[in-house]
Design a protein around this ligand. Structure first.
Ligand code: SF4
Length: 225
């Protein structure tokens, strides 16, 4: 498994926000979001090869009951199935965070899906590949069917993102809005704060949940939080 970092922190986003968790952040991504907050796993991927057994030992030793396997895109890792199976085998609650563009075999207790909209599209050479990859919704359909315990988390820049999010949810059909979360875009607490009121109003208007980005509010962002 190609791993950028491991660390203990609080889950910063989603329905488990605030939960003490051990994070395993894989490196490598098949997307290139223009606002990516972990460019060291996408635009300039870096990390080290780690054994699954070694990662599981570290997770158990952390004393955390919750583990978050994130990225990058962790579903690109060939070891994703043995890793998630072994973590759950130790009795740990396992969240997998993914953009949902591929659907290899793996297991988890909570699947955190973060489909990307056009607000993520980058300029330059990666644009066409990014758009093509994020626009393929077949894997997302299959993942939703495989994992009833899921959340859908959308990064929102402003109200212009909503028509696209609503259309995507329509195309998925029958999505429980209590499992849909809107999250303000931003790589710093100040940037998130600038969008927060508008995103909160959109949640109230459309019946979605609002998710903070506690890693920015509490720790200022950066690596290892
Ligand atoms: S999917 Fe996630 S890791 Fe990949 S480029 Fe987008 S924000 Fe970064």
């Amino acid at each position: 498994m190609y791993v950028a970092e491991t660390f203990a922190s609080l889950q910063g986003e989603g329905i488990l926000a605030g939960t003490p968790s051990f994070f395993i952040r894989s490196s490598g991504c098949n997307l290139r979001c223009r606002w990516c907050d972990t460019p060291y796993t996408s635009w300039l991927p870096e990390g080290t090869r780690r054994d699954v057994d070694d990662l599981v030992r570290e997770a158990v030793a952390s004393g955390m009951r919750h583990v978050v396997v994130t990225g990058g895109e962790p579903l690109l890792q060939r070891a994703i199935a043995p890793l998630t199976g072994a973590l759950r085998g130790e009795g740990l609650h396992c969240t997998v965070e993914t953009a949902g563009t591929i659907d290899p075999p793996f297991t988890c207790d909570l699947l955190s899906l973060s489909p990307k909209t056009s607000s993520s599209d980058p300029p330059g050479a990666w644009r066409e590949r990014h758009v093509r990859t994020r626009s393929n919704l077949d894997p997302l359909h299959r993942l939703l069917g495989r994992f009833p315990e899921h959340q859908l988390k959308f990064v929102v820049v402003d109200a212009d993102d909503l028509p696209e999010i609503l259309a995507l949810l329509d195309s998925l059909g029958g999505v429980d809005r209590s499992r849909v979360l809107l999250m303000p875009e931003g790589r710093t607490a100040a940037e998130v704060a600038a969008h927060a009121a508008e995103v909160a109003a959109l949640c109230i208007q459309h019946g979605f949940r609002y998710t903070p980005r506690l890693q920015l509010d509490l720790f200022g962002g950066g690596r290892g939080v």
